[in-house]
Design a binder for this molecule. Structure first.
Ligand code: PMV
Length: 330
């Protein structure tokens, strides 16, 4: 069998109802389902080049050799792809991010969705996007959702082997063309990576089991809001789910404080905009930056408001976009 170099791009996604808690740390199986939107433009380009001459996988991320931790996660994805393709041939892998790594902007989501797409293509596997999402999940839980564009549900699944823990599209970007303004609040890499943080919250946060219960009702609420294209309803559930996750993080021991003063200032500013009739709401992952989702006519007002807040170092305007795809000649 001959294999061919393949390049794929995958975008970042931001969860509306979040994933914070695993039932299996090896396979990245979640304790609860989650819902996200995939954002256009920002993401990762991954190039996979199988070669008979390599003794192990070689990996470069943003022009630097990958560290041991990244190699373990990449190895999990690549081993599964090799097993499915029935080969021992290793690959050279290059990954380029257009989003700052480890700042709570889901760079691992786009990285592993792009890797799954490029690797399965390079090794000649033809998988639909739901199957592909399971392979992306082995690298990073949130990557499960970045395989698809638009509004995405990651099913918790019941099986121990993860065969039913996959992502599916709920609505496309065209179905509900919301916009996003990202307020980048930079203070270097986050201190506790999400996997370690989840473990710590599960072990020590007194709110953890209530948080997991909340996710089930919030996901149902998100599905209803998305099906009805009900902006207010989606705004309410997204903000409250985000705050419930951060409450669980804050109550972890030692407390996981991902916010900076500017994070809180952005939340208040967005709340004030909405109270004044502007269709905008916020959400925040495991980092200080804030993603504001809004209707197209509100992008200017949101940008002007966020741009005036001290500590917001950069704004990115984007929209809901498509999922992972092959880049010909990439
Ligand atoms: O995929 P991970 O392990 O980086 O976890 C992501 C966790 C959050 O971004 C905080 C929430 C989510 O659902 O994306």
């Amino acid at each position: 069998m001959s294999f061919e170099r393949a390049a794929a791009f995958a975008p970042i996604n931001i969860a509306l109802s979040k994933y914070w808690g695993k039932r299996d740390h090896e396979r990245n199986l979640p304790l609860a389902p989650s819902v996200s939107v995939t954002l256009a433009e920002l993401g990762t380009l991954s190039v996979v080049a199988p070669s008979e001459e390599l003794e192990g996988n070689m990996m470069v991320i943003n022009d630097k050799a990958a560290d041991a931790k990244a190699l373990v996660r990449v190895g999990r994805v690549m081993r599964t792809v090799r097993e499915m393709a029935g080969t021992e041939v290793r690959a050279g892998i290059r990954s380029v991010n257009t989003v700052p790594t480890a700042q709570g902007l889901a760079s691992s989501a786009s990285a592993f969705a792009a890797l799954a797409k490029a690797a399965t293509t390079a090794y000649g596997l033809e998988l639909d996007d739901q199957e592909l999402s399971k392979i992306a999940r082995l690298g990073s839980g949130s990557a499960t959702r970045s395989v698809h564009g638009g509004f995405v549900l990651w099913r918790r699944g019941e099986e121990d082997d993860g065969s039913d823990s996959l992502a599916e599209q709920l609505a496309s970007a065209e179905d509900w063309p919301l916009r996003a303004v990202i307020a980048h609040i930079g203070v270097g890499p986050k201190k506790v990576p999400s996997g370690d943080g989840m473990r710590l919250s599960a072990d020590t946060s007194p709110f953890f089991s209530a948080w997991i219960d909340t996710c089930f009702t919030d996901v149902a609420e998100c599905l209803a809001a998305i099906a009805a294209r009900d902006f207010e309803r989606l705004a309410d559930v997204t903000e409250s789910n985000c705050l419930a996750m951060h409450a669980t993080m804050l109550a972890t021991r030692p407390g996981l404080i991902y916010w900076q003063p500017a994070t809180v200032a952005v939340m208040h500013a967005v709340r004030a905009l909405r109270a004044a009739g502007h269709a905008a709401f916020f959400t925040i992952d495991a980092g200080p930056s804030v993603v504001v989702l809004c209707e197209a006519g509100e992008v200017e007002t949101v940008s002007r408001t966020l741009g005036g807040i001290e500590g917001v170092v950069k704004l990115t305007r984007t929209r809901i976009g498509g999922g992972a795809h092959i880049v010909p000649n990439g």
